[in-house]
Every structure is written in structure tokens, then in C-alpha cells.
Write a protein that binds this ligand. Structure first.
Ligand SMILES: NC(=O)c1ccc[n+]([C@@H]2O[C@H](COP(=O)([O-])OP(=O)(O)OC[C@H]3O[C@@H](n4cnc5c(N)ncnc54)[C@H](OP(=O)(O)O)[C@@H]3O)[C@@H](O)[C@H]2O)c1
Length: 286
């Protein structure tokens, strides 16, 4: 087995490198400067130079949800075109692909956790381009595996938990959206599942156990930070409604993923996000 990880320096890509390293699996991780996923000749050239690979885990993506609203073409190149190119290269060279997608492909109006078979209806440029990427990949490579996940946090500077900790150390009051519900997912736990899914085909939802709102998530982060004796200044986490928060891209109000299909294949659900959070905070701040 020899694995190629795109977006290897990103939040999930970094966790995947650790997971593969721990299992002794040979892998090569790339960034845009090694292989631009929007450029077929760049991908093919890299494969010729560094291949062959048996699997590619496609983590590279345009992930700036708000900015995507004003950069739809760039978001489309990275999120929609690249999976098509990767699918066609994989079909030609004969390697398997695990592609990472998102809860944002759904409209957020459901009252039950989203199943893989539920209708997709993205409400943002990011969600739309990620949905197009899923379709293009499956058209080029029908036996690809697509893993949709949500609300990632883990080692690295740019995610909800690290942002909350920074704000809670700086400010006495932090406002957090209270009317969006989803499943926070600890990247190292997702990475373990992705490694087990290397030979799967089809669409799967994978997320840490438990669901919450961003506001309730922030309250747990605050309590854990205090338990670790971090110098928290924040005394009040103010609940705000999405409409009042006014982000450029509307977030799904409800994006809880039903993970039963993947949980059964994995043999058990991923551990609770609160356990992942505790591990993350201990490793990062203790
Ligand atoms: N973060 C979340 O909450 C979340 C939730 C659900 C799903 N997802 C999905 O999970 C996957 C991984 O997300 P993440 O949070 O780990 O993303 P991330 O931290 O933003 O990393 C994405 C990586 O993609 C690379 N990239 C961007 N454009 C590229 C290009 N043209 N060619 C090659 N590489 C390029 C970037 O690397 P460079 O430094 O080389 O530019 C970046 O490191 C994505 O598919 C995302 O849509 C994320």
C-alpha cells in the first residue's frame, strides 16, 4: 500500500499523516506547490515522478466558506474541478480515491440527522462546489469513496476550538451562534476512520459522536479551559442568532449527520466529541 494525501498540511491532512505514520503505512503528502489539484498536468507529472500509489486521500479543498461567496470561480476550480481531474487520473492509473466532503451539501432544514441518501441542496458557494465535486468524482471513478464530515477541530491553528480559546483568553464576553446544530468532529479520530475506509466505495457520513450547538460547544470549551487553569478572561458566552451574527455565507441551521452506515462498517461509532476535545486541549495547552 502506498498513499498520496493531497492537502497534507491542512487540518485533516496533518491528522492523516500522523495516523498513517503510526500504522507504518508508506505515504506522500502534497501541498499546492508540490501538485496543484486544479491542474491535471501537475497531478500527472507528480504521479509519474513519485508514484505509483495504491490510494489517494483527497483533503485539498477551498475551505473558506465566507470568502467563497466572492470567489466562486476559484472555489469551483478547487472543490468541483479537482475531484474530476483526480477521478480521471485514478481511473487511468488504477489507484483508489477517498474524497472528503461536507455537511454543507445539505440545506440545513431537516429535523432528523441526514442520511447519505438524503437529497442534497447546498445553500452556499462552498456547499454547491463541494456537491459538484462529489458528482464529478463519481462520474469519473464510480468506485470512489466519499466521506462527508462536519465541524472539524484538531491540531492546527485555524478552527473553532483554537479560535474560541484565543477569544476567551482575550475578551470578557464572546458571542457565539446558538441556533445551528451539528456534530463536532475531532480530526485525529476522523483520520483513523478514513484510514480504515481506504478500500470502501460509495458515500459515508463520518463524525464524532454527539451533537450540539456552536454556543453549547463553546461553553464546554470554556469549562475545559478553566479546568486546565488557562488564564480565561471570558465571563460570559453570549448566545446570538445566525441572522444577527450576519456571516456572508448562510450556515445550515441543522447539519447533524447520521453516521450509522459508517459506524456499522467501522464496528463502532467514533468516540464523543467531548473526549476528542479533552485530548486536544491536553495535547495543546497543558
Ligand atoms: N474544516 C471543517 O470544518 C470541515 C468540515 C467538513 C468537511 N471538511 C472537508 O474536509 C477536507 C479537509 O478540510 P481541512 O479543514 O483539513 O482543510 P484545510 O485545513 O483548509 O486544508 C486544505 C488544504 O488544501 C490545500 N489546497 C488548496 N488549494 C489547493 C490546490 N489548488 N492544490 C493543492 N492543494 C490545495 C491547501 O494547501 P496549500 O497550503 O498547499 O494551499 C490546504 O492546506 C476538505 O475537503 C473540507 O471541505 C472540512
Amino acid at each position: 500500500m502506498r498513499v498520496w494525501i493531497t492537502g497534507a498540511k491542512g487540518l485533516l491532512g496533518s491528522a492523516l499523516q500522523q495516523a498513517l505514520l503510526a500504522r507504518g503505512v508508506e505515504f506522500v503528502g502534497t501541498s499546492k506547490s508540490d501538485a496543484d489539484v486544479t491542474d491535471l498536468s501537475s497531478l500527472a507529472q507528480f504521479y509519474r515522478k513519485m508514484g505509483p500509489f495504491t490510494h489517494l486521500i483527497h483533503c485539498a479543498a477551498y475551505t473558506q466558506v465566507d470568502l467563497a461567496e466572492s470567489q466562486p470561480e476559484l472555489a469551483r476550480q478547487v472543490n468541483a474541478l479537482a475531484p474530476a481531474l483526480i477521478g480521471s487520473l485514478a481511473a487511468e492509473m488504477g489507484f483508489r480515491v477517498v474524497h472528503i466532503s461536507t455537511d454543507y451539501v445539505f440545506d440545513g432544514l431537516s429535523s432528523h440527522p441526514y442520511l447519505e441518501s438524503d437529497r442534497i441542496a447546498p445553500q452556499t458557494v462552498y456547499g454547491q462546489t463541494k456537491a459538484e465535486g462529489e458528482t464529478h468524482l463519481l462520474a469519473a471513478l464510480p468506485d470512489a469513496c466519499i466521506i462527508r464530515t462536519s465541524w472539524l477541530f484538531g491540531m492546527g491553528p485555524k478552527h473553532f476550538v483554537s479560535t474560541m480559546i484565543r477569544l476567551m483568553l482575550e475578551k470578557e464576553e464572546v458571542a457565539v451562534v446558538s441556533d445551528q446544530r451539528g456534530r463536532p468532529t475531532y480530526a485525529p479520530d476522523l483520520a483513523e476512520a478514513v484510514v480504515q475506509a481506504l478500500d470502501w466505495s460509495g458515500i459515508y457520513h463520518v463524525a464524532s459522536s454527539g451533537k450540539t450547538s456552536w454556543h453549547a460547544f463553546a461553553e464546554v470549551i470554556g469549562a475545559e479551559a478553566l479546568a486546565l487553569n488557562l488564564p480565561v478572561r471570558c465571563r460570559y458566552i453570549k448566545p446570538v442568532l445566525s441572522l444577527d451574527y450576519g456571516a456572508p455565507a448562510p450556515r445550515p441551521l441543522y447539519s447533524v449527520l447520521d453516521t450509522t452506515k459508517a459506524d456499522e462498517k467501522l464496528g463502532k461509532p467514533l468516540r464523543h466529541w467531548k473526549d476528542g476535545l479533552k485530548e486536544y486541549l491536553l495535547k495543546t495547552y497543558a
